[in-house]
Design a protein around this ligand. Structure first.
Ligand SMILES: Nc1ncnc2c1ncn2[C@@H]1O[C@H](COP(=O)(O)OP(=O)(O)OP(=O)(O)O)[C@@H](O)[C@H]1O
Length: 244
């Protein structure tokens, strides 16, 4: 088991952002975290990455409890946040070298890891370009390469296609799926866009802080008696709105 989240709840003051969220992911699985704006996706990521202190529940990654073994767990995690955090005026190589040094990778070791990840992302020929010169899709690829430098077993991506055009969105989605298939990386891909999800994908459907379903896209359709994922998503989220 790669990630186990149990009874995870979180409040911003009186506002409940996550309510008893429970799920587990197998190693090497591509899983979509699907939810409309305000569903609780970023809050979940902030808890998984220790940006926020946990209030209730538990998070276990590769059998290590996040609260008991924070350093070891963070070494297993790679993260691409919703907002880009690359320095536009540094080159791709410089951005990656800085991040590598934060993970204790220096000199030849860092250069090797950077070269490997840029090659995997098909970005080797852009290593010495300033990030400012890259288009949005390529910047995202650099962020993924950066997140993988320390060879984590789990990659979290929070709405990674924000601001990309449809072609770049599709390409990035394809890259990450390929990565998942080629390595044993576990991927949690947060999105509110149905077209980034395949019917056979594992999908965690979250709405108003509650996990509504955790099967495949096909299961979602069956659960809601709809043929298409988009209709199932609309139906299930509307049902919760009506019940609230
Ligand atoms: N700092 C905060 N203070 C108070 N409420 C917050 C705060 N951050 C988020 N919320 C609320 O918590 C809920 C969950 O927000 P969150 O950002 O986790 O959702 P999301 O699914 O990531 O949405 P988006 O797709 O818009 O990023 C929302 O109702 C949001 O308004």
């Amino acid at each position: 088991m790669s990630i186990e989240v149990r009874q995870l709840s979180f409040r911003y003051g009186k506002k409940a952002a996550l309510k008893d969220v429970d799920f587990s992911l197998e190693s090497g699985q591509f899983c979509a975290l699907l939810g409309p704006n305000g569903a609780g996706k970023s809050t979940l990521f902030a808890l998984l990455t220790r940006l926020y202190a946990m209030q209730n529940g538990s998070i276990v990654l590769n059998d290590l409890d996040l609260q008991k073994h924070p350093t070891q767990v963070m070494q297993q995690l790679g993260v691409v946040f919703q907002q880009s955090t690359l320095d536009l005026d540094l080159s791709v190589q410089q951005n990656l070298a800085y991040h590598a040094s934060l993970h204790g990778l220096c000199g030849t070791q860092a250069r090797l890891r950077i070269a490997e990840e840029l090659q995997r992302m098909d970005m080797s020929n852009r290593a010495h370009d300033k990030v400012r010169a890259l288009n949005g899709g390529h910047r995202r690829r650099v962020e993924i390469a950066r997140a993988l430098l320390h060879q984590p077993s789990v990659l979290l991506l929070d709405e990674p296609t924000t601001g990309l055009d449809p072609k770049a969105r599709k390409a990035l989605n394809h890259y990450v799926r390929q990565l998942c298939a080629d390595t044993q990386l576990t991927v949690l891909w947060a999105t509110h866009l149905i077209d980034e999800i395949l019917p056979e994908d594992r999908v965690l459907l979250i709405h108003q802080g509650q996990l509504l379903s955790s099967g495949t896209g096909h299961d979602l359709c069956e659960l809601s008696n709809k043929q298409h994922l988009a209709d199932a998503f609309e139906y299930l989220t509307q049902q919760t709105d009506t019940a609230a």
